[in-house]
Design a protein around this ligand. Structure first.
Ligand code: TYM
Length: 330
């Protein structure tokens, strides 16, 4: 039986957080044994919000190294930079001609980001989900492991598949989202009403993969919780529910086990235990990261080889799409 294809990506803005890890990247590495996996650093997407070019370059390399440090094996997965495979932008153009402005107007991420960046509501921000659909469809992905915030973009991708397959026969594989039951939406530490975001200006809102232990302990200890004290999982009690979700994801323990472990203890106990657990988990990741980032040539080699393998697949899909839509070939 042929292995299913998995594709996912992350945009190199800000710093990768434990939210990205729990919601997505932890599942990426869990899939690498069973599936054909492609994971991209989605640098083309980054420019939907204006970037400092040098900073973007630095972050792109850093994200690539973090993927590997977080457990993605470059031998088992195709790890690549989106901008190294030009077919992404080409397919996005075709797909944009099949996407209604009505559908794009409904995208909540577009609405949110337009508010956040009111002075720069550019066409790229608007068509962002089309480029994301191209990322997925170029590789005929069956499954797309993402956090909950990407669900709507996946639905738009699925609509595109239905539309194009209906018109031209089987052009694309229908992708399914893979959204974890636990940790699909990790919340901000200071404002548990909103999601933890890697480009948040207030760094107290997130724990980054590269934060040192002192910072991690400080951020977790100062996480906002309500005035209660009992450690019970209750979705309405967002601050403590978020910390328990993180504890569960990092420890592999379920909620009843965690409730029993902290029976009679205070919020402060949970915060210390969680901070220590995150530090322990990230220590070997950070060590590996620092080794990797010290050897740029090696990372460049891996990037080149990843892009080559990705391109092999991407060119096939794009050629078939160009044929189906009637572009003249010689
Ligand atoms: P990005 O870069 O914002 O985030 C990367 C992944 O992390 C997940 N995530 C979270 N999960 C749980 N809790 C959170 N607080 C949290 N914040 C982020 C995201 O859902 C995502 O899975 N558009 C995508 C990147 C992308 C992509 C793709 C994804 C580009 N092309 C193709 C899948 C397939 C994004 O902005 O993710």
């Amino acid at each position: 039986m042929t292995k299913k294809t998995i594709l996912s990506a992350s945009v190199p803005t800000g710093v990768l957080t434990v939210g990205n890890y729990i919601g997505a990247i932890a599942n990426w590495s869990a899939m690498q044994e069973k599936y054909n996996c492609l994971y991209a650093v989605a640098d083309l997407h980054a420019w939907t919000v204006h970037q400092d070019p040098e900073m973007l370059r630095k972050r792109s390399l850093s994200f690539y190294a973090q993927y590997i440090a977080l457990g993605l094996d470059p031998e088992k997965n195709i790890l690549f930079m989106q901008s190294h495979v030009k077919e992404h932008a080409e397919l996005a153009w075709i797909l944009s001609c099949f996407t209604s402005t009505g559908a794009l107007n409904r995208m909540t991420q577009f609405k949110d980001k337009s508010q956040q960046h009111a002075k720069n509501i550019n066409a790229g921000l608007y068509t962002y989900p089309v480029l994301m659909a191209a990322d997925i469809l170029l590789y005929q992905a069956n499954l797309v492991p993402v956090g909950e915030d990407q669900k709507q973009h996946l639905e738009l991708t699925r609509d595109l598949v239905e539309n194009l397959n209906g018109k031209f026969g089987d052009v694309f594989t229908m992708p399914d989202p893979f959204i974890p039951k636990l940790g699909a939406r990790i919340m901000s530490l200071q404002d548990p009403e909103k999601k933890m975001s890697k480009s948040d200006e207030n760094e107290k809102n997130f724990v980054s993969i590269l934060d040192d232990p002192k910072k991690i302990m400080k951020k977790v200890k100062s996480a906002v919780t309500d005035s209660g004290s009992e450690i019970r999982y209750d979705e309405n009690n967002k601050g403590i529910a978020n910390l328990m979700t993180l504890y569960s994801a990092f420890s592999g323990k379920d909620m009843p086990t965690i409730e029993a472990e902290f029976d009679g203890k205070m919020y402060g106990h949970l915060k210390v235990a969680l901070g220590e657990l995150i530090c322990e988990t990230l220590a070997p990741v950070q060590e590996k990261y620092h080794d990797l980032i010290a050897n740029k040539d090696h990372l460049h080699e891996l990037m080149r080889s990843g892009a080559e393998k990705a391109r092999e697949r991407a060119t096939k899909t794009l050629a078939s799409v160009y044929d189906k839509v009637g572009f003249y070939r010689v």
